[in-house]
Design a protein around this ligand. Structure first.
Ligand SMILES: [Zn+2]
Length: 143
């Protein structure tokens, strides 16, 4: 894994696990998907926010993540658990607790990195729905 140069980090990129709310998923399970199924050396995200708002660490911030094509050297990746409805369609179904944790994480990271913005995966990769919400608008309206 490549080292993350703190000075280059300008953004926090929000993702979703693309799982139904009823599905039990956490950092450990996502790590298993990324390592055993995709063959990566570690989980791709730096953080995971569970449905109850609990924050889990993923990949060490010492290393670049593997979460957004072309921007891994300049961003930190966080994954919200959820993002699909019970029919498997994209759905902005995150909990208030998740949003509150995300807001706090963004504030904490801005003290440690020269982060200037929070944005969604889809803002950097137009072919994606992830994370099914307009992250920029959400933070501008400061929920
Ligand atoms: Zn994503």
């Amino acid at each position: 894994m490549r080292k993350l140069n703190k000075l280059n980090v300008y953004g926090l990129v929000v993702h979703c696990s693309a799982t139904k709310p009823s599905m039990k998923v956490n950092a450990k399970i996502i790590k298993r998907w990324h390592t055993e199924e995709r063959g990566w050396s570690d989980i791709g995200y730096h953080f995971v926010i569970n449905r109850d708002g609990s924050l889990e660490s993923g990949r060490s911030l010492q290393y670049q993540g593997a979460h957004v094509r072309g921007y891994n050297a300049q961003t930190i990746g966080v994954c919200l658990i959820g993002g699909l409805d019970e029919n498997g369609k994209p759905d902005a179904n995150y909990t208030l607790a998740q949003y509150e944790t995300l807001k706090k994480l963004y504030g904490d990271l801005r003290l440690r990195f020269p982060i200037q913005e929070i944005l969604g995966h889809r803002d950097l990769d137009k072919g994606k729905d992830c994370p099914c919400i307009d992250v920029r608008a959400l933070f501008l309206s400061s929920f």
